[in-house]
Ligand binder design. Structure first.
Ligand SMILES: *Cc1c(COP(=O)(O)O)cnc(C)c1O
Length: 248
């Protein structure tokens, strides 16, 4: 308990410092505490420490923890559950019921299936806000729309714009913004350029869709969230800096 509380406080202070440096308000940055692989007890400890946004990368784990936590704390516990990992199409029903936000939409097919589930769902939690995952770094291992050369490549831009248009028209969904992951183990300057280019892509896309406000940006993890905040992240997804390393 003590350890998690201390680490959480340290992360909050780092967010405040990074925001101040960037001339931004810390209130505009949502810290999503990533509890994947940790037991439900860890989520309850984090809740007692004050955390209210939890991220899971597997939808079954999210559904299981959401249910267990609601049994302990009641259904009106004020928690927002973020699904941060990519979703397989046969699990869209589970996500429609249990996820409050979805950060990793990587295919139109998933959006269509989510919309179908949300349209017929009894629970009045829709629309489901979602982020389009974009692969700006170009790494083959990363999912998301291929946007490694979007500034030069009109085809990449058009593919994303068409997908975004379609998704914006689907019932039950709300296109909230873009999500990206920086490459690992590279220089800060490269990480920074991936985050900056994602923000610029979001600005471009918001303009194409006639949005008045900029898109939200889900980017930044334990090793790079300060760079992400400097580049405009509105949602950071942090696990290890709060809960320690995942050796389970
Ligand atoms: C695990 C995970 C995180 C958190 O990573 P840390 O390095 O523990 O902060 C963030 N985003 C996604 C998509 C993840 O799967």
């Amino acid at each position: 308990m003590d350890k998690i509380f201390k680490r959480y406080t340290a992360v909050q202070n780092r967010i405040i410092r990074a925001a101040e440096k960037a001339g931004r308000s810390p209130a505009d940055i949502t810290l999503v505490a990533v509890t994947k692989t940790w037991p439900v007890e860890t989520t309850l400890v984090a809740y007692a420490a004050g955390m209210r946004h939890f991220g899971e990368n597997r939808v079954e784990e999210l559904a299981r923890k959401r249910t267990a936590v609601a049994q302990q704390l009641g259904p009106d516990n004020g928690i927002t559950w973020h699904l941060i990992g990519t979703l397989q199409s046969r699990k869209t029903g589970l996500a429609a019921v249990h996820a409050d936000l979805f950060h990793a939409l990587d295919r139109l097919k998933i959006a269509n299936r989510l919309a179908n589930h949300l349209e017929t769902k009894a629970a009045p939690r829709s629309p489901l806000p979602l982020f389009l995952e974009v692969n700006v770094s170009g790494e083959a291992s990363k999912s998301g729309w291929q946007m490694s050369a979007w500034e030069e490549d009109a085809t990449q831009r058009e593919t994303l714009r068409n997908a975004a248009h379609t998704i914006a028209e689907l019932p039950g969904l709300e296109l909230a913004g873009l999500m990206t992951m920086a490459p690992w183990g590279v220089a800060d300057a490269l990480i920074q350029s991936v985050f900056r280019r994602t923000r610029q892509l979001g600005d471009w896309l918001a303009g194409e869709l006639g949005r008045e406000r900029p898109f939200a940006l889900s980017m930044g993890m334990t090793d790079d969230f300060e760079i992400a905040i400097a580049e405009g992240a509105t949602h950071i997804r942090v696990g290890r800096a709060i809960f320690g390393s995942r050796n389970n």
